[in-house]
Design a protein around this ligand. Structure first.
Ligand SMILES: NC(=O)c1ccc[n+]([C@@H]2O[C@H](COP(=O)([O-])OP(=O)(O)OC[C@H]3O[C@@H](n4cnc5c(N)ncnc54)[C@H](O)[C@@H]3O)[C@@H](O)[C@H]2O)c1
Length: 426
């Protein structure tokens, strides 16, 4: 019986087993080794609130695997519907996905994820309270994180501000040292990397370009539909537009629109910043989320939320490429339908890996104390992500599987090889 309803960790377990099936890994112990996190920390975070009352928050850090290098993964402040127990399983699953995301790019990093069970937006947590939560969280983690151990990053409702507070707390607890390599996603003036803000969307655009090349779809005039209009989806749209594509659809939490003649990204961004939504854009037609996803286009970029493309929607899809800029936008039951329709789906662990790739490059710059230009960083990310795409595409062709299974299999294989080289000790 699952420990929580819709247990996300069970999904990650299944994906690892599917990859092991493809790789002929039959050893039960090895499978369990790959599934389970190395350790999951759950701890209390006592915080003095502004009203003078002491409040106890719950914090987590799951360190999934470090065979290829230090754990890497974000910290979110959130309150998933399933409660604290669900959050523990979610953090475990997310840490596992980070292991595979780093491995498909062959980064010298493993997977981790952290969280505090709190919704700072809904609960109107003040800036001072948020800082006290963050610094206490960093204190609780101070012995298990570090530039060579575990390198956190921002995630839902955490920003560069919290990253600096964690860096500062960690440094002061460790002999008052400047330790920018303990965390990524920092603001540029304090050790952050150029191109980090555009990284995820830019990486999605590079993957899409490679997919179009293999399918011989010219990017000039190729029609793009974006689900979402936030960081990942907007930059995917901006860079695809630069590559010659025409964006014809977008959405946000207030609704979805199609503009058959296409629109310029800067004009839509201007509209959204004035009106607070993409809805109402001149010449656009308001449609449902399902209509947006199933609109006739060449490239669909689900870049907002998880669990968007179910079997019903998959059956009606009219695109040629799906670039999963969001994490987990496709239900498992939709995958075989999409594969059968010969739509090339670039899975999330590859399509949105630009973010972790530039986080890796930020850490490299911090460790060497020398900083690269925007073009240097973007160029290194392009090389890395294109190599990941090609490896995954070739594996998929050779084994006649979809790219999700292919990417997972390559990633799992790389971690197994690292484990075998290092051996088991003690
Ligand atoms: N930003 C990154 O570096 C990064 C990296 C890897 C993965 N991702 C993934 O990309 C996805 C989006 O993240 P982001 O950073 O762009 O977030 P964001 O908050 O910047 O944007 C999210 C967008 O989704 C829209 N949205 C919310 N509810 C919606 C709904 N019901 N229908 C349509 N749109 C809706 C919001 O209006 C917003 O435009 C997430 O799955 C995230 O995990 C982001």
């Amino acid at each position: 019986m699952a420990l929580v309803e819709n247990d996300p960790f069970e999904n990650s377990r299944k994906q690892v087993h599917d990859a092991c099936d493809l790789l002929d890994i039959t050893d039960k112990g090895m499978r369990e080794y790959l599934v389970m996190p190395n350790r999951v920390l759950r701890f209390k975070i006592p915080v003095m609130m502004d009203d003078g009352n002491l409040r106890i928050f719950t914090g987590f850090r799951s360190q999934h695997n470090n065979d290829k290098g230090p754990y890497k993964g974000g910290i979110r402040y959130f309150n998933p519907k399933g409660g604290v127990e669900y959050m523990e399983r979610e953090v475990m699953a997310l840490s596992s996905w980070m292991t595979w995301k780093c491995a498909i790019l062959d980064l010298p990093l493993g997977g981790g994820k952290g969280a505090v069970y709190v919704n700072p937006k809904e609960e109107k947590i003040s800036a001072g309270e948020k800082e006290r939560i963050t610094r206490r969280f960093a204190y609780m983690l101070s012995e298990v994180i570090g530039p060579e151990k575990d390198i956190p990053a921002p995630d839902v409702y955490t920003t560069g501000k919290e990253m600096i507070q964690i860096m500062d707390t960690f440094g002061k607890l460790n002999g008052n040292r400047y330790t920018p390599g303990v965390i990524t996603g920092k603001p540029v003036p304090v050790g952050g990397s150029l191109a980090r803000n555009v990284a995820t969307g830019l990486g999605s655009a590079y993957c899409t370009r490679e997919a179009a090349k293999t399918l011989k779809i010219p990017l000039k005039g190729a029609k793009v539909v974006l689900q979402g209009f936030g960081n990942a989806s907007t930059y995917a749209g901006i860079y695809l537009e630069k590559m010659g594509c025409k964006v014809i659809g977008a959405s946000d939490s207030k609704g979805s629109v199609l503009v058959p003649a296409g629109f310029k990204m800067d004009k839509m961004m201007e509209h959204k910043s004035k009106k607070g939504t993409v809805v109402g854009y001149p010449g656009s037609k308001k449609v449902t989320a399902a209509e947006l996803l199933t609109a006739k286009c060449d490239i669909l970029v689900p870049g907002a939320l998880e669990n968007q493309i179910d079997a019903k929607i998959a059956a009606k899809l009219q695109c040629k490429i799906i670039t999963e800029a969001a994490n987990g936008p496709t239900f498992p039951e939709a995958d075989p339908i999409i594969f059968k329709k010969k739509i090339l789906l670039i899975p999330d662990i590859l399509a949105n890996s630009g973010g972790v790739c530039i986080s890796y490059l930020e850490w490299v710059q911090n460790n060497q104390g020398y900083y690269w230009s925007f073009d240097d960083v973007a160029g290194k990310m392009e090389t890395t992500i294109v190599r990941g795409f090609k490896a995954s595409y070739e594996f998929a062709k050779k084994h006649k599987v979809d790219m999700r299974k292919a990417s997972m299999a390559i990633a799992v294989d790389r971690v197994v090889k690292a484990f075998e080289h290092r051996g088991l000790w003690p």
